[in-house]
Design a protein around this ligand. Structure first.
Ligand code: ADP
Length: 424
């Protein structure tokens, strides 16, 4: 039985939340999409269902979120966090308001607490206004976001514009006065017909107080900051016994190890150069990856000869000039997609050749590899570098596998060695 359920409106946000919950002592699984009814999971405290519902059509967002919510409740979740972006990315159509209302209709909660505050990343809410660092949301780079530009920092107005419900505010004075003051304010608002309340939060302790109060209800809406508040609330009230993140990976998986790199970020290029001193590295020809179907097989043959002796690294990564040249010949999207697919084929081929410890560098590259392997869920382990935990496949037909999925600029120079050291 799980305790905390989370429905996240995008994949990277889901990973961030799952990692935050794990660091707070909750054994956490992240699923990719709405899980199958019979998904086999280890004993966990929290499940984060990762959706891609932030910028899709409203009706799809509602349908997927409800399916995720129902799955979580069927597995025992007594509280669900609808995880949104800490910059409240949405439009006047939604999808935050409509999804929150649909989930609220299922729980029957009279009022729902909403806050995207996440102080450690500079997101704070005061008098209902969201700040990104020192500036209000509408003066931050989010004002020019390509999908959902944010032109108003006042979240009471933003949420009201995309909801049918009346939206109110629980201000910092009530939060600072403590849990009972928040509860009193909520019943006052609820009495006035308010169904959703933006709640101010500036520091982590604010979120801990809010988390405790949110647990009186079945639903809350927020970013990883509220996840932290809920997790700490569950631990301090004894509903969950905190476990160290390492305890998640309670036994070694073993087996051959390999690294794949499709990220062309400066950090990844340095990490590959460093790895070259420690393991065999195959630098792929991107042109061949795009145009020659046998390129992946040749890379796998190269790996198969070496895997018995230790980890190997296969990289398509190249400098900005080389990338620009390939993109000029094939188009940016077509080149990126073809290389991602080739890397995914290589990833699946490595797994078929017995690799059970796999490090992937590159956000899109990781997505392609995981999709191709059809891994439905991950148990979150200890952090290798800030924001990059060790993952263990859960409910995967292929059996056991530990992974590290790193996007772009994450990790120090020794990232590949650091990852493999923790991936036993
Ligand atoms: P990051 O996390 O650094 O953004 P991604 O994997 O998300 O990494 O994106 C890197 C993109 O670059 C992918 O689409 C990948 O297929 C593409 N790519 C990788 N190697 C090359 C290359 N040599 N030339 C052109 N594109 C490349």
């Amino acid at each position: 039985m799980i305790t905390l359920g989370c429905v996240a409106d995008d994949y990277t946000g889901a990973s961030d939340l799952a990692n935050t919950l794990t660091k707070c002592g909750l054994r956490t699984v992240q699923t990719i999409g709405v899980p199958a009814k019979d998904l086999a999971l280890p004993e966990v405290d929290a499940v984060v269902v990762a959706l891609k519902s932030r910028s899709c059509a409203k009706d799809d967002a509602i349908a997927w979120s409800r399916a995720a919510h129902q799955w979580l409740r069927a597995r025992g979740a007594t509280h669900t966090l609808f995880k949104v972006c800490s910059t409240f990315d949405s439009t006047t159509e939604g999808n935050i308001g409509p999804v929150a209302e649909a989930l609220q209709a299922e729980t029957g909660d009279a009022i729902v607490l909403v806050t995207p505050a996440f102080p450690e990343t500079g997101r704070t809410v005061y008098q209902g206004n969201l700040f990104v660092g020192a500036v209000p949301l509408n003066e931050s780079p989010l004002k020019d976001h390509p999908l959902n530009p944010m032109h108003d920092a006042n979240l009471v107005r933003v949420l009201a514009a995309q909801s049918r419900s009346k939206v109110g505010l629980v201000d910092l004075a009530a939060v600072a006065a403590g849990a009972d003051a928040i509860r009193a304010k909520l019943s006052e608002l609820s009495g006035a017909g308010v169904r959703m309340a933006i709640i101010d939060a500036v520091f982590d302790p604010d979120l801990e107080t809010i988390g405790r109060v949110a647990l009186d209800h079945h639903l809350s809406v927020g970013a990883s900051g509220l996840g932290l508040g809920l997790a700490r609330g569950l631990v301090t009230t004894g509903k969950v016994r905190a476990k160290p993140a390492g305890a998640t990976l309670d036994h070694a998986v073993g087996g051959p190890a390999a690294c794949l790199a499709g990220s062309c970020s400066q950090a990844t290029l340095r990490q590959i150069a460093k790895a070259e001193k420690a393991m065999p590295v195959l630098r792929l020809d991107p042109e061949a990856l795009i145009t020659d179907k046998t390129a992946a097989t040749r890379a796998l043959d190269w790996a198969a000869e070496r895997l018995g002796a230790g980890p190997v690294l296969i990289a398509s990564s190249a400098t900005a000039e080389a990338v620009a040249a390939v993109q000029a010949r094939h188009g940016r999207d077509a080149a990126g997609h073809a290389i991602e697919q080739a890397m995914a084929t290589i990833g699946a081929g490595l797994a078929a050749r017995g690799v059970r410890r796999l490090v992937v560098a590159g956000g899109e590259t990781s997505g392609a590899v995981v999709d191709h392997l059809q891994i439905p869920a991950f148990l979150i382990g200890p952090e290798i570098a800030a924001g990059v935990p060790v993952l263990r496949a859960a409910g995967w037909r292929g059996g056991e596998m530990v992974l590290a999925l790193k996007s772009g600029n994450f990790g120090g120079e020794d990232f590949f060695a650091d990852a493999l050291r923790l991936m036993t």
